[in-house]
Design a protein around this ligand. Structure first.
Ligand code: GTR
Length: 381
């Protein structure tokens, strides 16, 4: 018999105690949504800033500016308006910026809701001419469903190789006298910060409904999407695709990629303090179900792939399942089950969605179809 074929409340207690997870409701546990909003949510967010993702030195810069550098009202055979926006900012370390590619459906009711993909792959993946097409960013399908398809290359915010934090947003804003503090932001937080700056642009575009926008990311981009959704409550929907270790997967399961390994392979992704937990997952003051819960009461979706053991699909599922207790404080449904679904059977009944796709670590057309279906329920279109 599967260990999940036991009554829900009993299963929750059993699995949680086996893993000794911190209470998703905080400490002391929030008893009401007011408790959560005023006390335990800020405390939980603070713990993640201090120990995992680091602290961005600023939110929206006063120097932020937007310039449309390319526009085509009849892109994709007239289906969409393409706008490429150069987003610029400057700080004590100089000026920097990034490109935001945006396809706005011409047929949709305006302002249109949309999906912002944090792109962690090469420029050919997000070709604005649409000569090259890639399932990683299926613009044609997104636009056909009435949504804005937007993306930016994460590397323009911070390259994925810069161990000295000396480019992009880090170069512009990092200004640490006496050395980099253990809770200083790192690469993932800089990418998430970029997603918020893209949202700042959407707020200025009358064709776009910034209040109904999803942030989506795959793998390291999925970790980033979760951090963007946690730190910026303007995102209406957060989507984590195969985000794995320090994304949706529970650290305490110690399955697949682990904290010591991720900190060794990618020492620039998380803050310095996170390295204190190498080999010591049980000592983390939080676990990743609490990151998923930070989206409440907004919608959140976690997806896994059946051949993605490195990302621990079961750990990703459980984090999504445990986050439900916070949604209940708001009178909302989460996943409503502790039973991991079989492959290709999405769960989309409440404000938390989940699916396990057959196949390898990737962001595919199948995944996007589920995200668009979930968006139809949670983004006003
Ligand atoms: C892997 C890494 C994962 C995941 C992945 C990716 O090498 O171990 O945490 O982020 O890269 O981003 O594709």
């Amino acid at each position: 018999m599967s260990k999940y074929l036991i009554p829900l409340t009993f299963a929750l207690v059993l699995s949680a105690s086996a893993l000794e997870l911190p209470n998703v409701l905080g400490s002391p546990p929030a008893k009401s949504k007011e408790d959560w909003i005023k006390i335990q949510r800020p405390k939980t967010l603070e713990l993640f800033k201090n120990h995992v993702y680091g602290r961005a030195p600023l939110g929206k810069p006063t120097t932020l500016s937007f310039k449309i550098i390319e526009e085509d009202p009849k892109a994709m055979d007239g289906a969409a308006t393409l706008r490429i926006i150069q987003i610029s900012y400057s700080g004590p370390g100089g000026e920097s910026g990034f490109k935001l590619i945006t396809f706005i459906p011409n047929k949709a009711t305006k302002p249109a809701p949309g999906y912002l993909l944090i792109c962690n792959r090469g420029p050919e993946t997000i070709d604005p001419t649409r000569k090259k097409k890639d399932d990683f960013w299926p613009v044609e399908s997104i636009v056909a469903r009435g949504y804005v398809a937007a993306t930016f290359p994460n590397s323009e915010l911070s390259t994925d190789k810069d161990l000295n934090f000396n480019n992009g947003a880090h170069k512009a804003f990092d200004n640490y006298d006496g050395g980099r503090p253990g809770d200083a932001w790192a690469t993932i937080a800089a990418w998430a910060w970029g997603a918020s700056r893209a949202l700042d642009y959407f707020e200025t575009d009358p064709a776009i409904d910034a209040s109904n926008f999803a942030v989506v990311g795959h793998s390291r981009g999925g970790k980033t999407a979760l951090w963007a959704g946690a730190t910026d409550e303007r995102f209406a929907l957060t989507i984590s695709n195969n985000s794995g270790c320090t994304g949706a997967a529970l650290a305490r399961r110690k399955t697949g990629e682990r904290v010591a390994r991720i900190n060794k392979s990618f020492p620039h992704w998380f803050c310095g303090n996170y390295k204190n937990f190498d080999g010591k997952e049980n000592e983390l003051p939080i676990d990743q179900h609490q990151l998923v819960a930070l989206m409440a009461p907004r919608a959140v979706y976690v997806a896994s792939a059946s051949k993605d053991d490195w990302a621990d699909p079961e750990g990703e599922f459980l984090a999504a399942a445990y986050a439900g207790a916070v949604y209940e404080l708001f009178g909302l449904k989460g996943l409503e089950t502790m039973e991991m679904p079989v492959a290709d059977q999405p769960i989309q009944l409440g404000h938390i969605g989940y699916h396990l796709r057959t196949g390898k670590h990737d962001l595919s057309q199948y995944d996007w179809e589920q995200y668009l279906n979930f968006g139809d329920k949670h983004l006003k279109n």
